[in-house]
Write a protein that binds this ligand. Structure first.
Ligand SMILES: [Zn+2]
Length: 166
C-alpha cells in the first residue's frame, strides 16, 4: 500500500487500495487475489496515525495431511508514521512508538511490508483442512497414497474385469 506523503491532507482522510502480495514476503504468504486495505488516516503535522483494516484469503497447507487450506484473514492494526526532521518537533513521539519514519523528501511510503507481516502473524500456526483430519498414514507420502487410492477404486477393478473378458 503506497501512501503519497505530500497528498495526505491535514486532519482525517480515508484511503482504500488493493495490495498485491509481492516481494520478499511472497515466499511465505500466498494469497488468492490481492489484499483489500482501508486506511483511516489522521495527520497532525509531522505525525500520521493510521488505522489499517485488511481483508484477504490466504492459501495455506493442512499441517497434518498437506492438503490445500483456504484461510480468510481479516483484521486491523495501527501504524504511526513520524516525519524525520533535523529540528526535533515539539510533539515528536518516542522512537518506540513509531513504526515508520519518513522524510520530507519522500514521495511515497510503502506500508505493504507492515501489512504482510501483520497477516503472517495472524495466521493459524497449524492450519487444518478439518478438525477431524487424520493426516497422512505413517510411512507414506501424499503422492503415493493418491496412487494407492486409484488402485483400489472399485471402478478400476470393474474395468480390469471388462478388459480381461476381451
Ligand atoms: Zn488435513
Amino acid at each position: 500500500m503506497l501512501l503519497s506523503i505530500q497528498k495526505i491532507p491535514e486532519g482525517h482522510s480515508v484511503l482504500s487500495q488493493s495490495v498485491p502480495v509481492i516481494g520478499e514476503k511472497a515466499e511465505w504468504l500466498v494469497t488468492a487475489g490481492d489484499v483489500s486495505c482501508i486506511a483511516e488516516i489522521d495527520r497532525l503535522q509531522s505525525q500520521i496515525h493510521i488505522r489499517l483494516a485488511y481483508d484477504c484469503v490466504v492459501k495455506a497447507q493442512c499441517s497434518r495431511c498437506l492438503a490445500p487450506v483456504i484461510c480468510p484473514v481479516a483484521g486491523e492494526f495501527r501504524i504511526v508514521l513520524q516525519e524525520k526532521s533535523r529540528v526535533p518537533a515539539r510533539n515528536a513521539l518516542p522512537e518506540e512508538d513509531v513504526d515508520l519514519i519518513f522524510s520530507d523528501a519522500d514521495d511515497t511510503v510503502d506500508l505493504a511490508p507492515l501489512i504482510f507481516e501483520e497477516i503472517l502473524v495472524s495466521l493459524p500456526m497449524k492450519p487444518l483442512c478439518s478438525e477431524s483430519c487424520r493426516g497422512i498414514p505413517a510411512g507414506s507420502d501424499p503422492a503415493v497414497s493418491v496412487e494407492y487410492d486409484k488402485a483400489v477404486d472399485p471402478r478400476w477393478e470393474a474395468l480390469k474385469k471388462l478388459q480381461a473378458k476381451k
